[in-house]
Write a protein that binds this ligand. Structure first.
Ligand SMILES: [Zn+2]
Length: 103
C-alpha cells in the first residue's frame, strides 16, 4: 500500500473513532486531515466557488485574494459538496471559527 493510501486509511479510521466522541471542537473539522480525494475536491470547489461568487467573499463582500481563501463548510459533517460550501476570506474565516466555537 502506498504511503498516501495508508494515510487516507488512517484518516478514515480517525474519523470513525471521532464520531463516537461527543466533542464540539475537533482537529478533524479543520482542513489538515483530508484524504487525497478530498484535497482534489476542495481544490476543484474553490475554483468553482470563486467563479460562482464573482470573486467576492460572501460575508464581507471584499474581493477574494488569489490564495489563502477558505472553503467553508456550512455544516462540517456534511462535507465538501457544492451545496454545503462557500469560499470566504481568511479574516472572515477566523471570525466564523471563533463564533462557532462559542455557539
Ligand atoms: Zn470576508
Amino acid at each position: 500500500m502506498s504511503r498516501l493510501a495508508q494515510r487516507d486509511k488512517l484518516i478514515e479510521k480517525l474519523r470513525r473513532e471521532h464520531l463516537k466522541l461527543d466533542t464540539k471542537v475537533s482537529l478533524l473539522e479543520g482542513q489538515k486531515f483530508l484524504t487525497a480525494a478530498e484535497v482534489a475536491e476542495v481544490k476543484r470547489l474553490k475554483k468553482l466557488k470563486l467563479e460562482e461568487q464573482g470573486g467576492l467573499c460572501p460575508i464581507c463582500s471584499m474581493k477574494l485574494p488569489e490564495s489563502y481563501n477558505v472553503l467553508d463548510r456550512l455544516q462540517a459533517v456534511d462535507g465538501y459538496t457544492p451545496e454545503n460550501t462557500r469560499l470566504i476570506c481568511n479574516e472572515c474565516d477566523k471570525k466564523v471559527q471563533r463564533e462557532r466555537r462559542y455557539a
